[in-house]
Design a binder for this molecule. Structure first.
Ligand SMILES: [Zn+2]
Ligand SMILES: [Zn+2]
Length: 344
């Protein structure tokens, strides 16, 4: 089968590999019907994910149809349409029992698919702990509607969940890329009084204004003054930093009011500075990534009810055989791309 593979630092390639087989009674094999390319795939390509293992099939954002299940799998059966979770988790360890599935102590716990074990930019993928990692897609929900449930939408949902958003709050989201937009949709479900999105790209600001007319959008250079003017207490009550650019961590805590929650979703390429003397007395609470992706069933229900719709993010579609082109467009942000769908 075709499998897009991390060959070495800076190089991915489309290889012919054997179809995966069940290796454990808790595994499932999924035929990938729709996948996507994530910024984290680019982080692997450029060497900022040291845990990534050369030779593995990349891709961790996908939906498909269950092809085979191990003898201990009870939640899904062959023929089921499913979302695949970016995270592998056992459901039983100290962290899993508390919902911190990103820190599952299983050797493959956390982000393993498409990083440390073969992922889903391929025709088939083996999913460990299939009872945890797969969620059935309701009949009325399409593959495109469900595509981001296991990764960037799970991330946005988790970020909104942990950020302690109240109805009287002004929430600032920094970054309107794909994960920023998913975060925005999940923050909107909390109905805060005001939502401000800070984004550098004019194209993405236009996207926010077109799709979410009640949301305020601002460029980074005007962000501090704008947020202060739009807030009752000198800054945003909640800041969610999704951008991960050189200066956005500083922007995040500078825009926060005293005693605010600052949630850091972004994965940075470089270490960030936490200048404690500068922020002394601000009494901020920082929450940091990555996602605990254990809310996929609830997210699918919200999609089914029409309360979350991420399909406008899919701007391009390619067959797996042309995945190189999909990467070129996504990586270089050509042609107004937000997300590409890889059709299996
Ligand atoms: Zn991802
Ligand atoms: Zn666990």
């Amino acid at each position: 089968m075709l499998a897009y593979t991390y060959i070495e630092h800076g190089k991915f390639g489309l290889l012919d590999k054997p179809k995966p087989v069940l290796e454990d009674p808790r595994d499932a094999i999924v035929r990938v019907t729709l996948g996507s390319v994530c910024t984290s795939d680019l982080h692997i390509k450029h060497g900022s994910v040291p845990r990534a293992v050369p030779g593995i099939t990349v891709g961790h954002e996908m939906v498909g149809v269950v092809e085979a299940v191990g003898t201990e799998v009870t939640n899904v059966k062959p023929g089921d349409r499913v979302t695949v979770n970016v995270e592998t988790f056992c459901g039983e360890c100290f962290f899993c029992r508390r919902g911190y599935v990103n820190n599952c102590t299983d050797p493959n716990g956390g982000w393993a698919l498409g990083c440390r074990i073969d992922g889903g930019q391929a025709e088939y993928v083996r999913v460990p702990y299939a009872d945890r990692g797969l969620n059935r897609i309701p009949d009325s929900v399409t593959d495109e509607q469900a595509l981001f449930v296991g990764d960037i939408l799970a991330t946005g949902f988790w970020a909104a969940r942990i950020s302690e958003i109240a109805e009287e709050d002004t929430v600032l989201i920094i970054g309107a890329g794909p994960t920023g937009i998913c975060t925005l949709q999940c923050v909107m479900l909390k109905r805060p009084e005001k939502i401000i999105v800070c984004e550098r790209s004019d194209e993405r600001i236009r996207f926010v204004r077109a799709h979410y007319p009640g949301v305020l959008a601002v460029k980074p250079e005007e962000c501090r003054d704008f947020v202060r003017a739009q807030s009752r207490h000198g800054g945003a009550d909640v800041v969610i930093e999704v951008a991960g650019a050189d200066d956005t961590f500083r922007l995040a805590w500078e825009c926060a009011r005293p005693n605010a929650v600052v949630t850091v979703v972004a994965l940075y390429d470089k270490p960030q500075v936490l200048p404690l003397p500068d922020m002394y007395g601000k009494n901020l609470t920082f929450k940091t990534g990555g996602v605990d992706g254990c809310d996929c069933a609830e997210i699918l229900r919200l999609i089914e009810e029409g309360r979350i719709d991420t399909t406008p993010l899919i701007t391009h579609r390619f067959p797996l055989s042309r995945i190189e082109e999909a990467y070129r467009i996504f990586e270089n942000r050509l042609d107004g791309v937000i997300k590409v769908a890889i059709v299996g």
